[in-house]
Design a protein around this ligand. Structure first.
Ligand code: SF4
Length: 452
């Protein structure tokens, strides 16, 4: 799983900045305006936009949601299934392939080359290779794939085999993202993860042997049972395996996790408080910096460039700079021709709509210039740096003027620095809690509203 992917995530809580405990409802900002403002009523207008050619220069990506996992993690809030058999998985992948074909027939998409492809989940590596090949062949036949810069594939260590990893290389995966999350078996078990550390060690040589452009490792700061000792050990073991990038999330507790249900039923929060999680996150950043990594965003540390011109994280950078993206699969969201789009969220609805040769859209939102500006600004804040010239050129607006009081307030709270007229830099303090700061940039009509 990755919270940077095309699946809806709950939004940040203003109280998170000062709140000590990790309570239910804490969040991660992945889009703007909030999902709760996306409406079924906007779908007909969105369909009309899909029927017109899009701006040619806008890059296009494809997100595919593979909603299957071996087991549901106790902190998971994604739309995933742990009970589907091989026939059901095949039916879903057939529908996914058909959805891409239906998109490719829309004038807003037709013949546009794909810049990036992202297989997210769920657990894409749960799927058998023979099923995967069929899907890839279908996508490649439907859409220009030859110029794809990056193909990301999310993997759970225990689902990998040597032949699966070789097949990923063969189909063109460039960025393999491995959900390690923690290097302690007791913690992995407590949190309901399907894999243990032995499976991480087993799959690493297979991954290394294939020479992917990039191996990313996901860690979570603040899994239940975490201590300073176990966290230090996890960070060191991650450095020891020398990945190309490391993504670190602070544990959140949206409403629909197993842990959240326990808290809502009267239990104490089992997750470390925010101050501790930020301290763990900061420790990891500093250790990784010492080991040759740079901060690439609030979540991602990237091994210092070695003169390579290969894309470093095309999916994220494209999306956060206003690219179009087809969000395919159950509950996925995307963006096309100025519209946010989200698919229906139920298994039956999704399959039925595809069987009727219809795009399985559930709700949409037509963005205006101001909303697209705000969206890019808050997403790029997560990079830790805002290039103000970019916003002046693209939107003909100076963010420092447009959000004068907001920026001033954040400077006073030492969350960011305005280093010169062209650049805003987040401090480490700001970066470690950036999701809680972003609602301060929202239009008042979207503030204090439900996020999803
Ligand atoms: S691996 Fe765990 S957290 Fe990731 S999608 Fe599956 S159940 Fe959710």
């Amino acid at each position: 799983m990755s919270t940077e992917t095309g699946l809806e995530t709950p939004a940040a809580n203003d109280d998170q900045i000062t709140e000590k405990k990790t309570e239910v409802g804490s969040v991660f900002v992945s889009n703007y305006p909030p999902f709760s403002f996306w409406q079924k009523d906007s779908l007909s207008e969105a369909q009309q936009a899909l029927a017109s050619p899009a701006a040619e220069e806008t890059p296009l990506g494809l997100y595919l949601h593979i909603p299957f996992c071996r087991k549901r993690c106790k902190f998971c809030y994604f739309r995933v299934y742990v009970d589907k058999n091989a026939d059901q998985i095949q039916a879903y992948l057939d529908a996914l392939g058909r959805e891409v074909e239906l998109y490719s027939q829309q004038p807003a998409v037709a013949k546009r080359p794909l810049k990036f492809v992202y297989f997210g989940g769920g657990t894409p590596s749960y799927v058998a290779v023979k099923h995967l090949h069929g899907l890839i062949d279908r996508i490649k036949a439907a859409m220009p794939w030859d110029n794809v810069e990056e193909v990301t594939f999310e993997c759970e260590p225990g689902t990998l085999t040597q032949s699966k990893v070789a097949a990923y290389r063969e189909i063109g995966v460039t960025r393999l993202s491995l959900g390690i999350e923690n290097w302690n078996d007791e913690i992995l078990k407590e949190n309901g993860r399907a894999h243990l550390t032995g499976e991480i060690h087993r799959c690493l040589p297979w991954i290394r042997a294939q020479g992917f452009d990039q191996l990313n490792v996901d860690l979570i700061a603040g899994m239940v049972g975490e201590s300073w000792d176990t966290w230090r050990d996890s960070v060191q073991k991650t450095i020891d395996i020398d990945p190309d990038s490391v993504t670190i999330y602070q544990m959140e507790l949206p409403y629909n996790t197993v842990y959240s249900q326990g808290i809502l039923g009267g239990n104490e929060s089992p997750v470390a408080d925010w101050e501790t999680k930020r301290a763990w996150n900061q420790y990891a950043i500093e250790e990784l910096q010492g080991a040759g990594y740079d901060v690439s965003s609030a979540y991602t540390m990237l091994k210092r460039a070695s003169g390579s011109s290969k894309p470093r994280f095309a999916y994220r950078d494209s999306l956060w700079h206003g690219a179009d993206m087809l969000g395919t699969g159950i509950a996925s969201f995307g963006h096309l021709s100025g519209f946010h789009l989200q698919n229906v969220a139920s298994w039956n609805d999704y399959l039925e709509r595809i069987a009727e040769d219809q795009l399985p859209l559930g709700r949409a939102f037509k963005t205006n210039d101001s909303e697209r500006l705000t969206r890019e600004l808050i997403l790029q804040m997560k990079l830790g740096r805002l290039d103000l010239g970019y916003f002046r050129r693209k939107f003909d607006i100076d963010p420092l003027e447009a959000w004068k009081d907001t920026f001033q307030g954040l400077v006073e709270r030492e969350m960011l620095e305005i280093s010169n007229a062209d650049e805003v830099l987040l401090t480490t303090r700001g970066l470690l809690q950036v999701d809680a700061l972003l609602p301060e940039f929202y239009d008042p009509k979207y503030s204090n509203a439900r996020y999803t």
